[in-house]
Design a protein around this ligand. Structure first.
Ligand SMILES: Cc1cc2nc3c(=O)[nH]c(=O)nc-3n(C[C@H](O)[C@H](O)[C@H](O)COP(=O)(O)OP(=O)(O)OC[C@H]3O[C@@H](n4cnc5c(N)ncnc54)[C@H](O)[C@@H]3O)c2cc1C
Length: 419
């Protein structure tokens, strides 16, 4: 076992002995000959899957194979927002399951992930949008999820610096989910990695899957840059690289990869105490615990596997920010980055078997996969262990596009940039 349990006493003990006794959070494992389950992709979803496989389903001969280092994918690049404010019956139970897992995560994995239920507020700017958000809020409450409709005066009391009387996009109110908020993204990767490692899972970094060994329609393991690794079952959790890795098994997925950018400014005194989304453009913002404004917007409008974005989206995001809160124009930008989104054709994910026997798929998370991390891991582990979908993930079938059973949360059709 690589590390002790974290506690007040262990912090005190290390303070007294000059911080010399901490062990690495997880072992640097070398690949074994074979495993019961090999998970491809050491992002949040892959690590959470390994953890729940070991913890809830007792399957411990598990390897997570990561081509890079933990946290180099989207799990370390997202804007940390979690929420369960969904509309459709196929989605709400799944995302609410995730929210409940977030609420108990730090105790469960013994790791400070800075879960902060500071609230997520979606602004509306016209009557039609207010009706749509009222409907969404009612759907949430029918599923037992918290939702509050705020009028313009209530939003003004909360966020007085927004441009309420903007001639084009006056703010009429917002839908608030108070239990939503933020979680420190890379702590989620480290926490799940450490907790899985403590249960015996091998986390193998710098090990790229380059091929699949398939005999008589059944997967037998993965070819990697560190040799062949045998597996009774293989689970793909490769986010933006899903199409490329699935292609190694001869599969073509209903997914396009696009870049999504994010931005952070210099640190400021606290003044935004929740996550805010602009309803008249693609812009959302929150303030990190260090004081930086963290914001983002739309995906770059072309397919790409590069983890960096382009200028037109930078301009578009800044325009959204200026329309919502003109004072943002005075702030200095510190950093900008991009990550690879696995955009599905209806904006909803896939957690399912594939046509290749014993090969399973977890993909299609679009911009929203961080909030899904715990439930995605739990449901994928359930599928891998029991060969049947978890009760909250029964709608996320791979063949739903062929059957016309899409889960089009935004009603936008097969247009990735609109999900
Ligand atoms: C800028 C940005 C902002 C976002 N904001 C939010 C947000 O606020 N809220 C939210 O809910 N979601 C958000 N998301 C989306 C969210 O981050 C992703 O949907 C989610 O992290 C994807 O799951 P993951 O963590 O497993 O992905 P990743 O961390 O990308 O994990 C996939 C892993 O697979 C590995 N891999 C790929 N190919 C191979 C191979 N051949 N062999 C071995 N390993 C391989 C990759 O290296 C990677 O580490 C955002 C994303 C970005 C980029």
């Amino acid at each position: 076992m690589s590390s002790d349990r974290y506690s007040f006493l262990s912090v005190l003990r290390e303070a007294l002995r000059g911080q010399t006794g901490w062990k690495p959070a997880w072992r640097k494992a070398d690949p074994q000959e074979s495993y019961d389950v090999v998970i491809v992709g050491g992002g949040g979803h892959g690590l959470a899957t390994a953890y729940y496989l070991a913890r809830r389903y007792g399957i411990r001969r598990v390897a997570v194979v990561e081509k890079s280092w933990l946290g180099n994918g989207n799990i370390g690049r997202n804007t940390t927002i979690v929420r369960s404010n969904y509309l459709l019956a196929g989605n709400v139970p799944f995302y609410e399951c995730s929210m409940k897992l977030w609420e108990g995560l730090e105790q469960d994995i013994n790791y400070n992930a800075m879960v902060s239920q500071r609230g997520v507020l979606n602004l509306f700017h016209n009557d039609g949008q207010r009706n749509a958000y009222t409907r969404r809020g009612n759907a949430m409450r029918l599923h037992g999820v918290d939702a509050q409709l705020l009028d313009a005066a209530a939003v003004r009391r909360k966020l007085p610096f927004l441009d309420f009387d903007n001639a084009r996009f006056p703010i009429q109110g917002g839908l608030l989910q108070q239990r939503g908020g933020t979680v420190r993204h890379d702590a989620v990767a480290w926490g799940y990695a450490r907790a899985a490692d403590r249960l015996g899972v091998d986390i193998i970094e710098n090990c790229e899957v380059t091929g699949m060994r398939i005999t008589d329609g059944r997967v037998e393991g993965v070819e990697t840059t560190r040799g062949f690794i045998g597996a009774k079952k293989v689970g793909l959790a490769c986010a933006g690289n899903s199409s490329r890795v699935a292609a190694l098994a001869g599969l073509r997925l209903p997914i396009e990869s696009h870049v999504l950018q994010a931005f952070v400014t210099e640190g400021l005194k606290p003044f935004i105490d929740c996550v805010v989304t602009f309803g008249a453009g693609h812009f959302y913002i929150s303030q990190s615990d260090k004081g930086g404004l963290v914001f983002g917007g739309d995906i770059d409008g072309y397919n790409s596997y590069a983890q960096r974005g382009n200028m037109p989206v930078v301009e578009d995001v800044c325009e959204g920010g200026m329309a919502l809160m003109p004072r943002i124009g005075r702030v200095r930008m510190l950093r900008q980055w991009g990550g690879l989104m696995d955009m599905s054709m209806d904006g909803s994910p896939i957690i399912d078997r594939t046509p290749v026997d014993q090969l399973y798929l977890n993909a299609g998370w679009c911009y929203g996969g961080f909030k899904a991390t715990p439930a995605s891991g739990l449901c994928f582990a359930h599928l891998l262990a029991r060969d049947e979908p978890h009760p909250v993930a029964t709608a996320y079938r791979l063949d739903r596009f062929a059957r016309g059973a899409v889960i089009d949360e935004k009603g936008m059709g097969a247009q990735p940039n609109l999900h």
